[in-house]
Design a protein around this ligand. Structure first.
Ligand SMILES: Nc1nc2c(c(=O)[nH]1)N[C@H]1C(S)=C(S)[C@@H](COP(=O)(O)OP(=O)(O)OC[C@H]3O[C@@H](n4cnc5c(=O)[nH]c(N)nc54)[C@H](O)[C@@H]3O)O[C@H]1N2
Ligand SMILES: Nc1nc2c(c(=O)[nH]1)N[C@H]1C(S)=C(S)[C@@H](COP(=O)(O)OP(=O)(O)OC[C@H]3O[C@@H](n4cnc5c(=O)[nH]c(N)nc54)[C@H](O)[C@@H]3O)O[C@H]1N2
Ligand SMILES: [Mo]
Length: 672
């Protein structure tokens, strides 16, 4: 007998799509989109259509394992959970008594995005007093830049964009990363509204937009300033609105005359008349919306760039009109559940060393007078593929005295360096709550299948570890099911107005819509839009430049529609279509370097040399080199991936990744 059950996509996309899975109780037979889902309405990506192939993949790790070969070699033998847990906790007790909690680094990021399974390790490592990881691998500079202007004000939910009359897609490959919002662009264009794209690499998105403006990577702040210059010069800024609803406008306005479109052209590479026209078009719209992706924020100046774009979004008073403002930061009115129930900050009795996720390589190798980490516990992340300075990370992972544990579903590039490997579950094998980060929705999903083999969820693994560590708190004896109930019993503002019918959905498993924000209820200290923010390192916004570097091409990492960071690498249907590691170059940049389409090339800088296949396209900005997606080392010519070319530098605010902010030179791999 088979039945269809509801579940939720656990991966790191803005939508948290609703899924229907057909099951016979032992396997998932089919996956389709859930039409009841209030945001995805049944539309899901090709990756998740084949979710069953991932869940039942023959390459899944099904038992705990101990390393037998050299580190990185990938040779392991199965061991029992008892053996694995006692070896891990034995080593940890030794390290704790010798070096203290600062020698143990828990490491997780975005493998599973649900509330419990993602965050439950915090409670365990808080109790231990281990290092705390500063988790800023993705969009923290975007968040910090937006918050510097708008505080906790909720931005637009994509469903509000139907009211917008001009859409400015700014550094977001929506086709790959949020297809559920693509119909908005389509219907806007059908209704005669204009959609303009500002991109450093527009290959995927330009067919879906009326106009594409290619910008030199890391310079969007200059474009925003020049647009504001034009608005003010033409008397199109909403002076009354700004006087009433913002702080610092008169002072900021005085800085704008020097930011002319001609000035910006020298920085952005966008012809001045194009910037003029864009500004005029933007200003003449009634309710223009910026759809802001994270790409432009992953730079040394990323926070400032986002501040400037956010200020631009407010300059015509658009936030006061339905559909006007900015989409792509925190939407909604606040959290739906109290996640400290899961993370238990109160368990931490000592502050502990802080390690920035982007500087794992430094933490493993020791730097700035800090001792190298003695033990690393990785779950829900594949830092060898996703974090900067791959070669340095690998060097750290090769240390004989480092004790590495990886809790994984597949033999990832990080898992290969584990001393002990623990088998992890898929989302359908565990219950949880899901809060979308790009839409105002919240949902619950219950267990559909028992875990495969000896796989254990993050929650159940930390329970075992806590038991063996002798942690007696009642928390560590709770079940996942009990945790879901406890979370629902402590609703946050997002659920305060949920109806009986909606509570019923959450109790059965399903997704509900939560209230959109009031975009004029500014949740800042002053209750106003903070154009100038005295709490910022730089109170007055201005143009700042990216880190850059000494090589002529700016290297950017862009998403791939066939994978999601390093998830789905087990799926040959997807990786086969994606093909080899490509480096996209503008034909004019390639010609000067004697590079043809499909040629093997080497991109290099002071950190590494990485082999790619050149892919020439006029849809990448001049002076940029773009690499789509994360690959596995086994597919990379020299074993090095694009992140081997990434520095560990952080953004201006938000301590975030600057993975787009590196420079390289490129040469043909073989001289003909
Ligand atoms: N299929 C698929 N879906 C995904 C992901 C994936 O890898 N694959 N990743 C998921 C994750 S973790 C996230 S955070 C979200 C991200 O989703 P978004 O935040 O919407 O960002 P992206 O779609 O990654 O798009 C970033 C874009 O910024 C562009 N860009 C880079 N530098 C600049 C610049 O200086 N200026 C401008 N204007 N553009 C620039 C890149 O070319 C890229 O198209 O997507 C999620 N969804
Ligand atoms: N070159 C390059 N680098 C990037 C990016 C890029 O586009 N290009 N994107 C950046 C962005 S936006 C992000 S968010 C980060 C993402 O970086 P990471 O968080 O490292 O994400 P992934 O590489 O997808 O690795 C997630 C791992 O979690 C595992 N996993 C999934 N579910 C579970 C579970 O329930 N339990 C356990 N224990 N494991 C689980 C998966 O099998 C997978 O191996 O990468 C960043 N780095
Ligand atoms: Mo991300």
């Amino acid at each position: 007998m088979t039945e269809w059950k509801k579940t939720i996509c656990p991966y790191d996309c803005p939508t948290s799509c609703g899924l229907l899975v057909k099951t016979d109780g032992t396997r998932i037979l089919e996956v389709k989109g859930d039409r009841d889902h209030p945001a995805s309405h049944g539309l899901i990506c090709r990756k998740m259509h084949g979710y069953a192939d991932s869940i039942h993949s023959p390459s899944r790790i099904l038992t705990p394992m101990r390393r037998t070969g050299e580190k990185g070699e990938g040779r392991f033998i199965p061991v029992s959970w008892d053996e694995a847990i006692s070896e891990i906790t034995g080593r940890w007790k030794e390290i704790l008594s010798r070096d203290g909690g600062d020698a143990i680094l828990p490491f997780y990021y975005s493998g599973v995005m649900s509330v419990i399974q993602r965050k439950c390790g915090d409670a365990f490592f808080n109790r231990m007093g281990a290092c705390s990881l500063v988790k800023t691998l993705c969009s923290s500079a975007k968040g910090a830049g937006y918050e510097a202007v708008m505080g906790r004000t909720g931005c637009l939910d994509p469903r509000e964009l139907k009211h917008s009359d001009f859409l400015l897609v700014w550094g977001s490959n929506m086709k790959a990363t949020r297809i559920q919002s693509m119909p908005v662009l389509d219907s806007a264009r059908k209704a005669g509204k204009r959609v303009v794209l500002i991109e450093a690499c527009a290959k995927d998105m330009s067919p879906y937009c009326d106009e594409t403006i290619l910008i030199r990577p890391g310079t969007d702040g200059a474009l925003a300033l020049a647009m504001m210059h034009v608005l003010v010069r033409e008397g199109l800024a909403a002076e009354d609105y700004l006087r009433e609803w913002s702080c610092g406008w008169p002072g900021f306005k005085e800085t704008l005359p020097s930011y002319t479109p001609a000035w910006a052209e020298g920085i952005t590479g966008i012809p001045a008349d194009m910037t003029e026209a864009l500004a005029m078009e933007y200003a003449s719209a009634h309710a223009p919306a910026v759809i802001l992706g994270s790409g432009p924020s992953r730079y040394g100046n990323g926070g400032m760039t986002v501040r400037l774009i956010t200020i631009l979004s407010a300059l015509t008073g658009a936030w006061g009109r339905p559909g006007g403002g900015l989409c792509g930061c925190n939407p909604g009115i606040g959290p739906c559940v109290d996640d400290t129930i899961v993370t238990r900050p109160d368990f931490r009795t000592r502050q502990g060393r802080k390690v920035n996720i982007n500087q794992l390589a430094q933490a493993l190798n020791g730097s700035h007078g800090q001792n190298p980490i003695q033990s690393l516990y990785v779950y829900g992340s594949n830092p060898v593929g996703s974090v900067s300075s791959q070669a340095e990370t690998v060097k750290g992972l090769m240390r004989q005295d480092l004790f590495t544990v990886v809790h994984e579903r597949f033999m990832t590039d990080t898992a290969r360096y584990a001393d002990i490997l623990l088998p992890a579950t898929f989302s359908v094998e565990q219950p949880d709550c899901y809060l979308a980060y790009g839409y105002c929705t919240f949902g619950t999903a219950y267990k559909v299948l028992e875990p495969a083999g000896q796989c254990r969820s993050n929650w159940n693994t930390f329970r075992l570890l806590a038991g063996a560590m002798g942690y007696e708190e009642a928390y560590f004896k709770k079940t996942e099911e009990g945790m879901v109930e406890e979370l629902l019993a402590h609703p946050g503002p997002g659920l305060a107005k949920a109806t009986d019918r909606e509570w019923d959905i959450l109790e059965k498993g399903g997704v509900i819509s939560t209230p959109f924000a009031d975009h004029m209820d500014f949740k800042t200290e002053t209750g106003k839009i903070m154009i100038v923010n005295p709490g910022q390192p730089e109170p007055m916004p201005r143009y700042t430049s990216a880190h850059g570097g000494e090589y002529p091409l700016r290297l950017i990492a862009v998403p791939s529609g066939y994978t999601l960071n390093s998830i789905f690498l087990e799926r040959e249907d997807l990786t086969g279509k994606r093909g080899p590691m490509k480096l996209m170059l503008h034909p004019l940049d390639a010609a000067g370097r004697n590079i043809g389409d499909g040629d093997k090339v080497i991109a290099y800088n002071d950190l590494a040399q990485v082999e790619f296949t050149a892919s020439l396209t006029p849809w990448v900005a001049r002076g940029a080199a773009a690499v789509a997606g994360v690959y596995g080392m086994s597919l990379a010519g020299s074993g090095l991936l694009v992140n081997a070319l990434h520095h560990q530098r952080l953004s201006d605010i938000g301590e975030a990744t600057t993975l787009n902010d590196n420079t390289v030179e490129v040469r043909p791999a073989f001289h003909h």
